[in-house]
Design a protein around this ligand. Structure first.
Ligand code: FES
Length: 137
């Protein structure tokens, strides 16, 4: 059975092959809704699209084992590349998934759209570095 290691929380869980990353995080008590560098972390647990791939707030970094996850689908690509508001989450800061994706194209995923097929390591709440060298380049 695949193992998901939540690095920041120091939690490891064994999951069935084909498990949804967001659902397994919730079961393990891990909050994948970090908001903007921790701001909004608690309210975002409730103000999100609940796994529809629309809000982009469940973004995480797969720091190891990306090859053991499902490929990125259309909804996920769209959420990371198109900074438009979604009617499902009017209170969400919609451009943020696109901004956060810059510089993390190889590791960032939406937890709700990621299927786990093998061992992975996950970093929740990746920080948004508005002044990093990659941001405006
Ligand atoms: S829960 Fe909204 S995008 Fe994943």
């Amino acid at each position: 059975m695949p193992v998901i290691k939540f690095v920041k929380e120091k939690i490891e869980v064994e999951v069935p092959r084909g498990a949804n990353l967001r659902e397994e995080a919730i079961k393990a008590g891990v909050n994948v809704y970090d908001g903007l560098n921790g701001f909004g972390k608690n309210i975002n647990k409730y103000l999100n699209c609940h796994g529809l791939g629309q809000c982009g707030m469940c973004r995480v970094l797969i720091t190891k084992g990306m090859e053991n996850t499902s490929p990125m689908g259309t909804a996920e690509r769209w959420r990371f590349r198109v900074p438009v508001p979604t009617p499902l989450t009017p209170l969400a800061l919609d451009p943020l998934p696109c901004l956060a994706f810059v510089g993390h194209e190889d590791t960032m995923r939406l937890a709700c759209k990621t299927i786990v097929n093998g061992d992975i390591e996950v970093e929740t709440g990746p920080p948004l570095d508005l002044f990093g060298e990659n941001f405006f380049s």
